[in-house]
Ligand binder design. Structure first.
Ligand SMILES: CC(C)(COP(=O)(O)OP(=O)(O)OC[C@H]1O[C@@H](n2cnc3c(N)ncnc32)[C@H](O)[C@@H]1OP(=O)(O)O)[C@@H](O)C(=O)NCCC(=O)NCCS
Length: 331
């Protein structure tokens, strides 16, 4: 008889134990932005809601930001770093092909757990959270650390009128662990590679060697806007449905901080009750891609606009095109 293969013993449920962020020091306001592009503070604020954005300053980069957010998240969780069995880094702006940033960070943080990077652009944190939840429930890891980090200022052409004002830097991190009650709802996620060109890079990195021209992000703003305000709004309704909740059960809505007009369009269709707090951190932070959801979550909790134990809907969406969302209990 074939010997049965043992099954890992997982936790009944998983939840967020902590969240933290790192906001880089350099403030780039719209006046400074308009020294590089033909635009105005009024146009940028009206079209995106962005008044200023954060870029890395002296001594800050994608790795230092990730490490800082991760350290605070681990400290807040109370979990010894050595017990973190998986470190997942979501980013599109770590330009070192191999090894992964996650493996280096895991070592610096004091764990030898599984470590890997994922590329899911602005949906990256929600992708990572879905994986962390599954790892904890299946027993593949007792605790998992998810980091969303971007240094998009290095990946943005400051002279491109279509993108320069939008993208920014920052990091957010969260620790996921076992729970007796459910704190992370089923993920709704997917992709549409048919729209791969909607947000892409101008060339491949290896071409930079021969041309001397580095790649930058490029975007078909109108297509992205249409997809996000239409298809993603429907996906957001699904996130609530699969969690078995009604709009009235929500306390907080944390959409990816892509653009305030996209958030407005979503809200018009979602018809969330008045009491629901909506994240609008794009005003000060800009669009931080994979870092935007955890940065917004931490900002709302730190300011007291949201509280631990409240129910929040997260939705991330971006280049791929890809998206992912889930309902969570705030840590
Ligand atoms: C990027 C975005 C703000 C551009 O706005 P838009 O209205 O689509 O801009 P268009 O390119 O169609 O141009 C409309 C007008 O604004 C002008 N314009 C474009 N960029 C400008 C800028 N940076 N400053 C001032 N004017 C600008 C154009 O010249 C055009 O003027 P015209 O009507 O006189 O010809 C918008 O498409 C958008 O919000 N898209 C979603 C992008 C997003 O959120 N991406 C993140 C996903 S993760």
């Amino acid at each position: 008889m074939t010997a049965p293969i043992a099954v890992a013993a997982g936790a009944p449920f998983a939840k967020l134990l902590s969240v933290a962020s790192f906001v880089p020091s350099r403030v780039v306001d719209n006046a400074e932005m308009c020294t590089w592009i033909d635009s105005s503070d009024e146009w940028i604020q009206q079209r995106t809601g962005i008044a200023e954005r954060r870029w890395v300053g002296e001594g800050e980069d994608v790795e230092t930001m990730a490490l800082a957010a991760a350290r605070t998240a681990i400290e807040r969780s109370g979990v010894p770093a050595a017990e973190i069995g998986a470190v997942i880094v979501a980013t599109v702006s770590y330009f070192h092909q191999t090894p992964s940033m996650a493996a280096k960070l895991a070592h610096q943080l004091g764990t030898n757990g599984a470590a890997y990077d994922i590329s899911a652009a602005c949906a990256g944190f929600c992708y990572g959270l879905a994986q962390a939840e599954a790892l904890v429930r299946t027993g593949a890891a007792r605790y998992a650390l998810v980091i969303g980090v971007e240094e998009l200022s290095r990946f943005t052409d400051i002279h491109d009128r279509g993108t320069a004002f939008l993208f920014a830097d920052g990091a957010g991190a969260a620790v996921v662990g076992p729970s007796e009650t459910n704190g992370i709802g089923p993920v709704v996620w997917g992709s549409d590679g048919g729209q791969a060109e909607a947000i892409t890079q101008t060339s491949e990195w290896n071409e930079a060697v021969s041309t001397g021209e580095r790649p930058y992000l490029t975007m078909d703003g109108r297509s992205v806007f249409k997809w996000a305000s239409g298809f993603i709004t429907e996906a957001t309704k699904n996130v609530l449905d699969v969690a078995g909740l009604a709009p009235a059960d929500l306390d907080v809505f944390i959409p990816h901080q892509a653009n305030n007009r996209i958030t407005d369009a979503m809200l018009r269709h979602l018809k969330l009750p008045e009491h629901v707090v909506v994240a609008r951190t794009i005003k000060q932070f800009g669009n931080n891609s994979a870092a935007s959801v955890p940065m917004a979550m931490d900002a709302l909790l730190s300011s007291g606009e949201a509280r631990s134990g409240q129910t929040a809907l997260l939705i991330g969406f971006g280049a791929g095109l890809v998206y992912a969302g889930q309902v969570v209990t705030l840590p």
